[in-house]
Ligand binder design. Structure first.
Ligand code: UT7
Length: 326
């Protein structure tokens, strides 16, 4: 038997305040039509002042534990670009709020690829036997990073959290992570950035900045390449993939990745229309959405893939687990 990490539960949480494209058209020089056609987004959720990333992470994490009927895990990994504080990490707070004081807990920072990096770390801990169960959470309050004068980023990003519970299991059983691929290229650090770090030339800019067009192009290239890498690794062809769960950055990006891979576009799962780009929360929220709507079924072959700041990218191949209906 080859020990591997198996998905035991998925869950999502969105803050209650819905922000529609029409709401944003009152704030920016934009239109519902521009946002829908250029990004595929119709609405997103934003936190109210006082709600933190750990608040969202706890809701998603608790739901994942409840769905699996579990109370205890050995490890909590939180992927986020918007930690509650620059120091310390958010994960210990999340673990304690979940009643898990004492377990290993740390953050992972890889922006929109953060969830896959966190999944990789947690799966490795399960594989080497240092954790029997691990909670992997992607959580963001991205709305708090946005420049109120920047219509491009202002219409794209949303807040939310998604969680996946991993347990130790056997390679080949439904839900098992069969392969992962991660990569990075620091020469692209300026494409997606919040300046103001200690080594930065523009410390006075507190806002998130993105160069949309080069990010778009690099995202399509790297998400397609990462997907191919994990497919080669597990010996699946593109036709074998039932669902591609890509980071929900833009429906045009998801379609372009599918086209580059020769995958029928309807196999690319889309929930960005309802949640926007939620960065590190995007993939687990899409997994939870695909499960709760019945699109993802036991034994189907799924590839997760993302591109984000750093630049970072990655992919994971798994078979869909047998999860209780939500
Ligand atoms: O999640 C991490 C990774 N992030 C991504 O993957 C995002 C990747 N990038 C994108 O999704 C797209 O590049 C954007 C959605 C950000 C922008 O779409 P685009 O088709 O690349 O537009 P553009 O930046 O080339 O801008 C086209 C026009 C410009 O006007 P001019 O210069 O042609 O007159 C922009 O000023 O659209 C304008 N524009 C807008 N117009 C109305 C930019 N934002 C808006 C807006 N409403 N909100």
């Amino acid at each position: 038997m080859i020990r591997t990490a198996v998905v035991a539960a998925v869950a999502g949480h969105l803050p209650p305040r819905v922000v529609t494209n029409h709401d944003l058209a009152l704030r920016f020089d934009t239109t519902d039509e521009w946002i829908r056609t250029r990004t595929g987004i119709a609405r997103r959720h934003h936190v109210d002042p006082g709600t933190t990333t750990s608040d969202l992470a706890v809701q998603a994490g608790r739901r994942a534990l409840e769905n699996a009927g579990e109370e205890q895990v050995d490890l909590v990994v939180v992927a986020t670009t918007t930690p509650d504080r620059p120091c310390p990490a958010t994960a210990p707070t999340v673990a304690t709020k979940l009643g898990l004081t004492g377990v290993a807990a740390y953050d992972v920072s890889a922006v929109c690829t953060g969830f896959l990096y966190a999944l990789h770390a947690a799966a490795a801990a399960v594989q080497v036997g240092s954790a029997r169960r691990a909670l992997v959470i992607g959580a963001e309050t991205f709305s708090t990073l946005l420049d109120p004068a920047d219509r491009t980023t202002g219409v794209i990003f949303g807040d939310g959290a998604g969680a996946v519970l991993l347990r130790a299991g056997e390679r080949g059983e439904p839900g098992s992570l069969e392969s992962m691929h991660l990569g990075s290229d620091g020469t692209m650090a300026d494409l997606i950035t919040v300046r103001g770090g200690r080594g930065d030339a523009a410390p006075d800019d507190p806002y998130f900045r993105m160069q949309g067009t080069p990010v778009f192009m690099a995202a399509v290239r790297h998400m397609a390449q990462s997907t191919r890498s994990v497919l080669n690794d597990v010996g699946w062809s593109v036709e074998d993939v039932d669902h591609l769960i890509g980071h929900q950055a833009n429906t045009r990006i998801l379609r372009a990745v599918a086209e580059k891979l020769n995958l029928p576009p309807q196999r690319a799962l889309v929930n960005i229309d309802r949640v926007g780009n939620t960065a590190a929360a995007s993939i687990p929220l899409a997994m939870a959405d695909g499960h709760s709507t019945g699109r993802l079924r036991k034994g189907e072959r799924v590839v997760l893939t993302a591109f984000g700041g750093g630049a970072t990218w990655g992919a994971a191949a798994l078979t869909w687990p047998d999860l209780p209906a939500l």
